[in-house]
Every structure is written in structure tokens, then in C-alpha cells.
Design a protein around this ligand. Sequence first.
Ligand SMILES: [Fe+2]
Ligand SMILES: [Fe+2]
Length: 233
Amino acid sequence: MNLPVSPTAISSQASRVPSVDLYGAAHRGLRWAHATLLLRLGSTSPGDGAQTAQLLADLGGLLDLCTVHLNLEDRHYHPALERRSPGSSEANAETHTQHYAALAALRALLATVGTDPAGWRGLYLAYASFVGEDLLHMSEEETVMQPRFEELYSPAELRQLNEDLVADISAADKVSFLRLMLPAANREGRIALLGPLQTSLPAGAFQGLLAALRPTLCEADFEYLVANLHASR
Ligand SMILES: [Fe+2]
Ligand SMILES: [Fe+2]
């Protein structure tokens, strides 16, 4: 991992807004989901069957989305780097290989954890360590890989690269990602996420999407979103 570990170095690299942000919205959603699930995992009673069943289902869903995210980067971003700078995605790809193995191990833990408090402690610490790894990995992508892409590709090419990646996500996974990305974004970010979909989707389909996403926001934030989506039409 080439990540600069000093907060000053990371901040100086990250204190700018990329014209085409290849990673930001998805990573913000994954960080939000990791933080939320880690807190829930730490505060769940192993003997509470209803609570643990929902938590394990939600955690399994997040592990699946992490796998989809790795696959998408492997299929779109890494080959793009290799086309213009052979070898430049190798370190990142190696981290992906480690993350695929970690995700498989975590899934096995989810399947066997039962109601044993010791098993839950093991799962909690195993997941916390993976979250730590993934946070560092995503920081590296945003502070090291993003500038590398900007050296190699024009903004128009990066926009196309990102659009190709998004087009490769199944409809069901798109909704699942938006359920993380929407609450993770601030109010302006939510308009930026949904505004293009409001334009491109038929009205009925967009209303259905909004209904599916409504539970992810508090009432005030949802009302602000709807009012400003209407205003931006
Ligand atoms: Fe990655
Ligand atoms: Fe990533």
C-alpha cells in the first residue's frame, strides 16, 4: 500500500475537489455502511434472535456490495490504468485479492456465529479489522489512484470511464448502492446523485426509486430532497 500515513500528507493531497470524482460517492456510501454496521455489531446482544438475524442479513448484504465494488474496479478502472501505464494498478489489485479472501472469511463467520458470545466477539473484531483495512484502501484510491487517473486521462475520458462502470451495475445493485450513498451524502450531494436519474428515468420509475429510498432519510432531509429535485427540473 502506497498510502501516505501522515494526516498532513493525506489532507494536502485530498484538499481539492476532482472535476470527475471516480470514487467519492461510492466510497462515502461504503464508509457510512461500515460505520453503521460496526456500531450495530458492537451493541447487539448475541442472544436476541430478532436483532441478530437482521444484523447478519444486513452485514451479509454489505459484504456482497463490497464484492461488487471490487469487481467493478477490477473490470473497469484497473484495465484503464494498465492501458496507459502498465503495472500501475498492480499494488491496488493485490489489495483487492486480499479483500476477496477477507470477505469470504467474514461470510463464513456470519454463517457459523450462532448465539455464542465468544463467537460474536470474534466476528466483531474480525469485521472491525476489515473495516480498518478497507478505510485505508479507499483513502489510497482517492489520494493516490485518482491523481494517477487524472495524469493519464482527460476529464471527458474519465467521465466516460465512470459511466461505463455505472452501466455495468445491475438494477438491483444500483438501488442497494443508492441506499448507502444517499444517506451518506450531504444535501447537495443527494441532489447530485438523483438529479441525473430524475432526467433519465421515466417519471413512474423515478417515483418508485424515490419510494424505495425514502426510509434511508429522516423526514426533513427527504422533504428537502424532493423539494429541490422539483426545483431543479
Ligand atoms: Fe478498490
Ligand atoms: Fe474502491
